[in-house]
Structures are given as structure tokens and as C-alpha cells.
Ligand binder design. Structure first.
Ligand code: GDP
Ligand code: IMO
Ligand code: MG
Length: 429
């Protein structure tokens, strides 16, 4: 197995960016295959911090970075991110960055609709990132999307524009909004087109060439399995499949190419946005996790909700996504706790469950069953080898892997790239 697929195994923000950046120096290509600029990945290298939303995290090490067809692409967000990173000294050019020509675009009308729906939903809102992700995916499967390749043919796009605008104008009218300004949209697309098109190509073909040359491909997932549109806490999910299988369909390589599935797992649990969260702590322990873990969203700056590690949900995510091994991140955030708890089951109306039920009402009602362990004295922060870890922290790691029925391949002990313990090399597995 030469390739590795990285996915989040909880509700996102598990530390995927840090791990992809760390693995990228061993890879020949890094591919984003779903989501869009709703993602926020923070990489810390020495005294530099990089915040990425759309660009694959491999770009920082200069590894060939590819945005696959499964991503929804906001061209203006792409330009802004390329400019921001170039300003930090990261080299981005058509030699090291490729964009799928069949990628659907996120347009301002998608962002409008996302915002209008969320405002109208009041307390029932999903708590989206407001980036237009859901509406853009709807237009993709509704066969109304404008895609990257269309930017080279804007003069011949009347029929597609008619279909798209007719759909959006009806929705906008329902919200008391003006129709789409077609001329302004076309003018904006004409202006941004050359920037986007310099990177556009049939990515499936580029990947085929890379693969034939025996290169190692790293697939970079965004969000997490619990936000998957099928397997997550529906309807409080994102609008794409975040599971490992999407690496194939979202890049144009078959499932046999996806290789070792590395699930990124935070040593506790966080969630940003609305929706059920069985182990959520609204007391001072939750507060402490949030402060120690700096749990604020990269994209929206929202405070992340925090709670104990949920082994039931993580076991389910690992099973659904066929996780081969996990990277356990942010272990250092648990340093200094006298006791730590792990959720090992749920109670629902007198019954004990060993899985998370599908129905939203059941999901909201389950009560966690906890196992308590002693915390550890000493610190894991900055540890780079197994031998640096306190014995009790090792017990915690062992208990986690036992409960989720999946082995640990990596442990992360700080935001810094090199503060990482390699237990089992995913590329050599
Ligand atoms: P992603 O969306 O999965 O890439 O994760 P984010 O970047 O949104 O959030 C993870 C945050 O935790 C970032 O600020 C990282 O710099 C930071 N981080 C990653 N790994 C560790 C770790 O092991 N310990 C600590 N303390 N912070 C970490
Ligand atoms: P990374 O890649 C955490 C959440 C939003 C909201 C729901 C739907 O950084 O892990 P959307 O804008 O996608 O329609 O919002 O999904 N969400 C994320 N939460 N990390 C992310 O990405 C997320 N991307 C979306 O907060 O609850
Ligand atoms: Mg994030």
C-alpha cells in the first residue's frame, strides 16, 4: 500500500491539516477530494502559522497539490488564499498546483441562499459556515452547476445560466430578494476566469500519470465522518460525503488507489455549529478543554463546543470509513486533568446501546455511559517519542484503541509539525 487517505473521524477540526502537512514530505502528491472553503486547516511550522481552507495542506511543503472534482470551488476564495499564502512565501504555480476542470463552482448566489436559509431557520439553523457549500452541491446534483471548464466558454453558457438563474430567482423571490444580476455575475466570472484556468486540467489524467510512475498519493479529507451527509448527525451535517470512499470518486481514481485509511481522532471531542453532541460539557471542564485546546473555528472564529472522548461514535466512524489506523491528536490538551472520562455506551429510554442511532430525536436523547480513568502527572506536550509519554497517558492511548477497535499509527502532542510520534508508518503499511 503506497497511498494514504486522511479523514476526520469526529466532527471536523481533529488536526487533519497538521497531520497531512507532516505526511506530505513523504508523498509525491496531495489531493483534496470533497468539501470546499468551509474547511479550516491550521499548520504550524517553526514560527510560521499557515491557515488553509481550499488549498491542499501539501502546498506548504511544495508537494504537488491537487483539487479534485469532488470539491466545490469558490474562485474568489481560491484567489484570495493563493495570494495570502504567496505572501507568506509559499510557492504556488501551475507546476505544483492543479485544479480539476470538472469541479463545480460556488457563486455569490450560493452564499446568498446559504445565509437566507440560515436566517429564516431561526433556532433550527444548522450553523453552517455560510460559504454556500450546501446550495453549490445541490446545484451540482441538480445538473445546474457552472463548472471550472465552463469558464473557458462563458459566451456559450446561456442555456446553463438560464437553468441556474431560473432556479435561484424562484428561491430568492420566496425570500423577498431581487433576481440574480446575470450581467454582473458574468462580468465577475470573466474577470476571474484567467486566474482559475491557468491551473485547470483533467486531474484524473494527471493522477493516472502520477500513479503509473509509482508515486505516493496522499488524499486529504475535509470535515469529519460525523458531518457526512449519509452517515453523520443528519440534518446537522455538511453537504458532501466525508468518508474515505469519496477519495476515489472525488478525485477520479478507483477505490483500489486509496490505500491506508488514516482516521484523525482528537483525544477529546469538539463540534462547531448546531446538532447533537452526547458528551458535550457545559461546565468548567468543557471550558478548560476549550481554553487549553484553543478551540475556536479557523473559518468563522466561532467557539467550538467541547466534551469528553466518545469511543462509541469514533468506533462507528472508523468502521464506516474502513479506518486502518488513527492519528490521535491533541493529547497534550488532557495534560493536568486528575481524572479523564471516556464514553463507552449510551442509555436510551432504559436500553443500553453500543452504537449511535440514526434518528435525530434518539440522537438528541441518548445519555452517555462513562468510564473514568486517572489522568497523568507530567506532560505529553511536545513529546516526539513513545518513551517521552507518562505511563498513564500510554494507558489512555491503549484504552482508546481498544475501545474503537482500531490501532494508533501516530500521536500528535502540539500544533508544531515535528511534535509527532510515529508508531506505524501509513505509507509503509
Ligand atoms: P483540521 O480542520 O482537522 O485540520 O483541524 P484545525 O486546524 O481546524 O484545528 C486543529 C487545531 O489544533 C489547530 O489550531 C492545530 O494547530 C491544533 N493542533 C493540531 N494538533 C495538535 C496537537 O496535537 N496539540 C495541540 N495542542 N494542538 C494541535
Ligand atoms: P474542517 O475541514 C468543523 C460544519 C459547520 C456546520 C456544518 C455544515 O476544518 O474539519 P457547511 O458550511 O459545511 O454547510 O456547514 O458543518 N463544518 C465544519 N465543522 N470543521 C470543518 O471543516 C467543517 N466544515 C463544516 O460548522 O455545523
Ligand atoms: Mg478545521
Amino acid at each position: 500500500m503506497a497511498n494514504v487517505t486522511v479523514i476526520g473521524a469526529q466532527w471536523g477540526d481533529e488536526g487533519k491539516g497538521k497531520i497531512v502537512d507532516w505526511l506530505a514530505s513523504r508523498a509525491d502528491a496531495v489531493v483534496r477530494f470533497q468539501g470546499g472553503h468551509n474547511a479550516g486547516h491550521t499548520l504550524v511550522v517553526g514560527d510560521q502559522t499557515y491557515k488553509l481552507s481550499l488549498l491542499p495542506s501539501g502546498i506548504v511543503t511544495g508537494t504537488l497539490s491537487i483539487i479534485g472534482n469532488g470539491v466545490v470551488l469558490d474562485p474568489w476564495a481560491l484567489k484570495a488564499e493563493v495570494e495570502k499564502l504567496s505572501g507568506q512565501g509559499v510557492k504556488i504555480n501551475p507546476d505544483n498546483f492543479a485544479l480539476a476542470d470538472n469541479c463545480p463552482l460556488i457563486l455569490p448566489l450560493h452564499r446568498d441562499l446559504d445565509g437566507l436559509r440560515e436566517s429564516a431557520a431561526g433556532a433550527g439553523k444548522i450553523g453552517t459556515t455560510g460559504r454556500g457549500i450546501g446550495p453549490a452541491y445541490e446545484d451540482k446534483v441538480g445538473r445546474r452547476a457552472i463548472r471550472v471548464c465552463d469558464l473557458a466558454h462563458l459566451d456559450a453558457l446561456d442555456a446553463q445560466f438560464d437553468r441556474l438563474c431560473a432556479h435561484h430567482d424562484a428561491l430568492r423571490a420566496g425570500f423577498g430578494q431581487k433576481p440574480v444580476d446575470r450581467e454582473a455575475l458574468l462580468a465577475d466570472l470573466r474577470e476571474i476566469a484567467p486566474f482559475v484556468l491557468q491551473f485547470a486540467q483533467p486531474v484524473w489524467k494527471r493522477l493516472q500519470t502520477v500513479r503509473k510512475a509509482g508515486a505516493r498519493i496522499l488524499f486529504e479529507g475535509a470535515q469529519g465522518v460525523l458531518l457526512d451527509v449519509d452517515h453523520g448527525t443528519y440534518p446537522f451535517v455538511t453537504s458532501s460525503n466525508t468518508v474515505s470512499g469519496t477519495a476515489a470518486s472525488g478525485s477520479g481514481l478507483g477505490p483500489s488507489a486509496t490505500g491506508f485509511v488514516l482516521g484523525i481522532v482528537k483525544a477529546y471531542t469538539t463540534r462547531v455549529g448546531s446538532g447533537p453532541f452526547p458528551t458535550e460539557l457545559s461546565d468548567e471542564v468543557g471550558q478548560r478543554l476549550g481554553e487549553r485546546g484553543h478551540e475556536f473555528g479557523t473559518v468563522t472564529g466561532r467557539k467550538r463546543r467541547c466534551g469528553w472522548f466518545d469511543a462509541v461514535l469514533t468506533r462507528q466512524s472508523c468502521a464506516i470509513s474502513g479506518v486502518t489506523g488513527i492519528a490521535l491528536t491533541k493529547l497534550d490538551v488532557l495534560d493536568g486533568f486528575d481524572k479523564v472520562k471516556i464514553c463507552t455506551g449510551y442509555r436510551l429510554r432504559g436500553k443500553v446501546l453500543d452504537y449511535y442511532p440514526a434518528h435525530a430525536a434518539d440522537q438528541a436523547e441518548v445519555e452517555p455511559i462513562y468510564e473514568e480513568m486517572d489522568g497523568w502527572h507530567g506532560t505529553t506536550a511536545g513529546a516526539r517519542s513513545w518513551a517521552d509519554l507518562p505511563a498513564q497517558a500510554i494507558k489512555y492511548i491503549q484504552r482508546v484503541q481498544e475501545l474503537i477497535e482500531t490501532p494508533v499509527a501516530l500521536v500528535s502532542t502540539s500544533p508544531e509539525r515535528e511534535d509527532t510520534i510515529l508508531v506505524r508508518d501509513p505509507f509503509l503499511d
